[in-house]
Design a protein around this ligand. Structure first.
Ligand code: SF4
Ligand code: SF4
Length: 402
């Protein structure tokens, strides 16, 4: 097998795997839910068996920062490897070569190529919608004709947008409009992986221009690094095939830095890599530290008061939300201060799965001489199994007068 076939085959395998993952994820069920889906009616994100509520979206934010930094790190080290190997724009453009070939082969073939591209666009658009509407609801509703106007509207607009992209823009998008492509050139340093003409063998070039003819973005990489290069390696394949006829290795290659003189382990590698590890650690920590119960301490309509018996009462409302798929029983306690705590809720607070409740909490303390102003108290909620421990601070106000 020639090297040309090997590189292209590897890209095709990577693209096929990516397509299978993208289309398949919403179908994969973990704990009864799609592996990855944002449910709009309930505003919950299902991520590999874990359900995140709106209150926990800081976790999504941290994970997004981690993924963004990871993308920056990969770009810094491997250049536009994402664009050439995994980006859906490249994968689908490569999967629809008949669009390029159809031109000039008669109106019938051209129409057939556009029809096939439209069909593929409809499937791609549907697979994107499945990240919001479960395919297990979407497909039966489609077959019954009860999909709903909103879903139909999104599907139609997305299909048209994707069709116009794959029918007419194709790789022009990568070279001209893609914002990620523009950002990437800023991230390159002198050791980033690029595609280049081996400078030591430049004189061997026979000027056949095969590398230019196969380039999907229409550039000549022989003249040096170009921001429009998507690292697809088509030119390497082409040159390997040309030089193979002379029993020589191709002149174009992947290289870390110009002339292959870059260093993988460099300062930028450690700085950006360090941030990637930091945010990965934070994502992991917050995911593992997740309690599945959200508690907010709200003020009660009854203000702080002093009773005739000399007891200070402060009232609060505990807004508790059980975000787990099982009931939870919580014991509420308030830490003593000055050994004066008299009463708080003592009965277990039971919440059914995915339910919220508001319960009053009265904290009574015997007033002593010199007590004034306010102080912090800590309200804790522990479940009977000992897995959940939530501590919340609140202000305990000491009124001056009866
Ligand atoms: S394919 Fe190779 S030999 Fe032909 S022009 Fe390009 S670099 Fe030169
Ligand atoms: S120069 Fe080579 S790697 Fe870059 S886009 Fe063109 S064919 Fe692909």
């Amino acid at each position: 097998m020639s090297r040309r076939r090997t590189i292209r085959s590897l890209r095709q395998v990577a693209g096929a795997l990516q397509a299978v993952v993208m289309v398949g994820l919403p179908f994969l069920k973990i704990n009864g839910e799609s592996a990855l889906r944002f449910d709009i009616p309930t505003l919950r994100l299902h991520v590999f068996g874990c359900t995140l509520w709106m209150q926990e979206f800081f976790l999504v934010l941290i994970a997004t920062i981690f993924l963004t930094l990871l993308a920056l790190f990969i770009t810094l080290v491997f250049g536009r490897i994402w664009c050439g190997w995994l980006c859906p724009q490249t994968v689908l453009t490569d999967l629809t070569p008949f669009v390029d070939r159809a031109g000039g082969k008669g109106p019938l073939l051209t129409a057939a190529a556009y029809a096939a591209t439209f069909l593929i666009s409809a499937v791609v658009a549907a697979s994107l919608i499945w990240y919001f509407v479960s395919p297990y609801e979407f497909l039966p509703a489609l077959s019954r004709g009860t999909l709903g106007t909103t879903t139909w509207g999104f599907w139609t607009v997305m299909t048209l947008g994707i069709f116009l992209n794959y029918a007419f823009l194709r790789h022009k998008w990568c070279a001209t409009a893609c914002p990620y492509a523009k950002l990437q050139s800023v991230l390159f340093d002198k050791s980033t992986l690029i595609i280049e003409l081996d400078p030591k063998r430049a004189a061997e070039c026979i000027d056949c221009r095969r590398c230019e003819k196969v380039c999907p973005t229409g550039i000549s990489i022989r003249r040096g690094m170009d921001a429009a290069c998507i690292n697809c390696a088509e030119c390497i394949d082409a040159c390997n095939a040309v030089m193979g006829r002379f029993n020589r290795k191709g002149l174009l290659r992947y290289a870390f830095g110009s002339g292959g003189e870059g260093k993988i382990l460099r300062q930028n590698f450690f700085v950006v890599g360090g941030f990637v590890l930091l945010f990965f650690g934070l994502s992991l920590y917050f995911t593992l530290a997740r309690t599945g119960v959200d508690v907010t301490v709200l003020p009660h309509t009854m203000g702080p008061r002093l009773t005739r018996e000399g007891k200070i009462i402060n009232a609060y409302v505990l807004a508790v939300k059980n975000m787990q798929d099982r009931p939870v029983e919580l014991k509420v306690t308030v830490e003593k201060f000055d050994d004066s705590l008299v009463q708080s809720i003592t009965v277990p607070l039971r919440l059914e799965a995915e339910k919220a409740d508001k319960v009053p909490l009265f904290v009574r303390v015997a007033k002593r001489a010199g007590m004034k102003g306010s102080r912090k108290i800590t309200i804790t909620l522990d479940d009977v199994s000992g897995k959940i421990h939530i501590a919340k601070e609140a202000n305990f106000v000491i009124p001056d007068e009866l």
